[in-house]
Design a protein around this ligand. Structure first.
Ligand code: IVH
Length: 681
């Protein structure tokens, strides 16, 4: 008879199941994390089958943490977006010892000394964040754009190196554990063999294979892919327990994560000085070919976690860490032809069509030549024997020509007089390296590129509206402006080649979903020249509202942090064009909307005063202080400069204090700041 839920489970069954789960967890840990199994596969299977049988007999015994519950049911829709509690930052790069010196110099200037650093491999995989509540795996997400990733919990759960439960008596109430999912080289090779044997397409490199595995809709498939999770950082933490004490250094933190059951790199070293860093780098580079998995450099990090707080971050990377990348890999090949691509702003980019060559793990057949100045400077001719380079994810580059191998037939590269896409005249502005098609939105290439940018992940994030579909939609006349995206109907979509009704419906849903956006994303999506993601966010924060931004003159725009005269002029130019006004109105009419950003008060007591906040404030987070400043009409930036009016300095303010003194910036302690707010209001 089947046992009903709620029926009493014999104590003996309960304790045996708990014991089996404990043993299986321990063996999983030894096998997948420690790489040091203690029992045979057959013994392991025996334990597992016994637990499965018990759970089947008494379903009340099943918990999400049970080792039998790693692999769940397949899903049929895309992954839901999740906001990271703390943004997942990227890392600044350096490629030479000179650039490493610059990093060390920056640390020295900020802290008055070069602090102790750690060095570790830079994994070439996919960054993910795992959230543990009360020590149990709650959810897991990809990095995405750093703020919002995709919920891939079910797939992460299926990886044995991801603990379902922390090996710790008193876990924090909540902790985000960050790290990289990689596919070991051996597993990658075996997987590709398997795929090819089935007549399927092999993956280009282990990173792509890992990404593919994590984005599987069926966790069963992910479970069969040889993935490994390496922990290297933490994000948000709530409720750190009495014991263990909260770690003070990166090394102590990594040690703790290892104790909790995570795989951490066994090559985290301390480097006391520059020579130590260089030694570590050289050593790892030599060992690189023998490593189990791909790495693309090393990461140096400030070891002392309190100093990290003090250093903070710039744009989207912390000041306390840097990636020292391995030199790009190079190979020689023949330049067959040069074609000109037309970008979003009409810029003509010469692209080299190459004899395919294998470099840095992939086959390269195109490389960017940037612009005509570059072509002339490198004296590149069609037919030349050229050296191409590939560094990580970066688009392959043509480094130089091997002049000794130049054939007599080599021919010069000419800038076309008319746009290769629409035939309009090509303009070259005096003193600018870039030549542009003069047709602006009448050129299909510019339209396509703008739409691609508009729909891209970090802009309006319309999943499913990719390059190929945009091409056919524009060519068929269904799309001419961004507003047309919101007018697309099912009929138009299914009439496109290879577009099934199901994907068309999904796309329409994604388009509908994209209407609810943020002002920052929307501004970025517009593709105003010189307005990247960071500037868009600054503008959104400063103006809070599109109406005010539309009207702002260049002087007002220059008051926004990071906006100089060129950017201000570009923004003005964009809003002076009535076609753009119409587009904005149409988009809003079609339902594109955003929550009103926290707006700076106009005419507030701190009107236009630029603040930088440093150190720890009493009874108030930096975000709260920032909100107070914005409410009073002030502005907040992370970088201290001559433009700064006040440095609000809390406890342990550190190096910014000295810098403020040097720059002659007024320093406020918290009490003075509060008095200023009170007396001003
Ligand atoms: S620390 C911001 N450590 O590199 C600090 N990142 O290029 C948090 N990465 O997004 C990251 N190996 O995906 C850190 N040992 C390592 C890493 C590492 C690879 C990735 C990470 C990051 C990217 C930036």
């Amino acid at each position: 008879m089947r046992e009903l839920r709620g029926e009493v489970i014999p104590a003996s069954a309960r304790s045996r199941a708990a014991e089996l789960a404990r043993q299986l967890r321990e063996h999983d840990y030894l096998y997948y994390v420690k790489d040091d199994p203690a029992i045979s596969d057959a013994e392991y299977d025996g334990l597992r089958r016994e637990l499965e049988a018990l759970e089947q007999r008494h379903p009340g015994l099943i918990s999400p943490q049970s080792p039998t519950q790693r692999v769940g049911a397949p899903r049929d829709a895309a992954f839901a977006p999740v906001s990271h509690r703390q943004p997942m930052l990227s890392l600044a790069n350096c490629f030479s010892e000179a650039e490493l010196d610059e990093f060390l110099g920056r640390l020295h200037r900020a802290l008055g000394q070069v602090p102790e650093l750690t060095a570790e491999p830079k994994f070439d995989g996919l960054a993910v964040s795992l959230v543990y509540r009360q020590g149990r795996l709650h959810s897991g997400a990809t990095r995405g754009d750093g703020r919002v990733g995709e919920d891939v919990t079910a797939n992460l759960r299926s990886m044995r190196s991801v603990p379902l439960q922390l090996r710790c008596e008193t876990p924090p109430g909540l902790i985000e554990v960050r790290g990289e999912v990689v596919m070991p080289r051996a597993g990658f090779a075996a997987l590709n063999d398997r795929l090819e044997a089935q007549g399927l397409k092999a993956f280009v490199n282990p990173r792509n294979a890992a990404a593919g595995a994590l984005r599987q809709l069926d966790p069963q498939v992910t479970a069969q892919r040889p993935l490994r999770f390496f922990a290297y950082a933490i994000g948000a933490v709530e409720g750190w327990p009495q014991a263990p004490a909260s770690p003070r250094t990166h090394q102590a933190l990594m040690q703790l994560l290892a104790e909790w059951g995570f795989v951490v790199s066994d090559r985290i070293d301390r480097c006391v000085d520059r020579a130590g860093c260089v030694r570590y780098y050289t050593q790892i580079m030599e060992q690189r070919p023998e490593l189990d998995f791909d790495i693309d450099g090393v990461v140096y990090k400030v070891n002392d976690l309190a100093l990290r707080e003090e250093l903070g971050q710039v744009a989207r990377a912390p000041r306390w860490a840097i990636a020292h990348k391995f030199p790009a890999q190079e190979a020689g090949t023949v330049l067959n032809a040069v074609e000109f691509q037309v970008g979003r702003t009409g810029a003509l980019t010469p692209v080299a069509r190459l004899q395919p060559v294998f470099v840095g793990g992939v086959t390269v057949s195109n490389a960017t030549l940037h612009n005509m100045d570059e072509v002339r400077r490198k004296d590149i001719r069609i037919g030349d024997y050229v050296i191409v380079r590939r560094a990580g994810d970066v688009i392959p580059e043509l480094v130089r020509v091997d002049l000794e191998k130049r054939p007599v037939t080599a021919s010069c590269i000419e800038l076309p007089a008319s746009c290769p896409v629409c035939g309009a005249e090509v303009e070259q502005i005096e003193g600018e390296a870039i030549a542009r098609c003069s047709a602006s939105f009448r050129c299909p290439a510019q339209v396509k590129e703008s739409l691609r940018h508009f729909a891209s992940r970090r802009a309006m994030d319309i999943d499913g509206l990719g390059e190929k579909l945009i091409d056919v939609l524009v060519d068929s006349g269904a799309l001419a402006t961004a507003a047309d995206i919101y007018r697309l109907g099912l009929e138009t979509l299914v009439a496109m080649p290879r577009m099934a009704e199901k994907s068309a419906l999904n796309l329409l849903q994604a388009i509908e979903g994209s209407k609810q956006t943020t002002l920052a994303r929307f501004l970025f999506a517009l593709g105003i020249r010189e307005v990247g993601e960071v500037t868009a966010a600054q503008l959104a924060e400063d103006f809070g509202d599109l109406a005010a931004l539309r009207e702002a003159d260049e002087e007002r725009l220059k008051a926004v942090p990071d906006v100089g005269p060129i950017v201000a002029a570009r923004i003005r130019h964009f809003f002076d064009d009535s076609a753009n006004w119409n587009l904005l109105d149409e988009l809003i009419e079609l339902g594109v909307r955003w929550p009103k950003a926290q707006k700076r008060r106009q005419g507030g007591p701190l009107q236009d005063k630029l603040f930088v906040i440093t150190g720890t404030l009493d009874g108030m987070s930096r975000d709260q202080a920032k909100a107070l400043i914005l409410e009073a009409g002030g502005r907040v930036s992370s970088a201290l400069s001559g433009k700064t009016d006040f440095l609000l300095a809390g406890e342990k303010a550190g190096s910014k204090l000295q810098k403020a003194e040097k720059l002659g910036v007024a320093v406020l302690d918290q009490a003075a700041f509060m008095r200023m707010l009170e007396s001003a209001s």
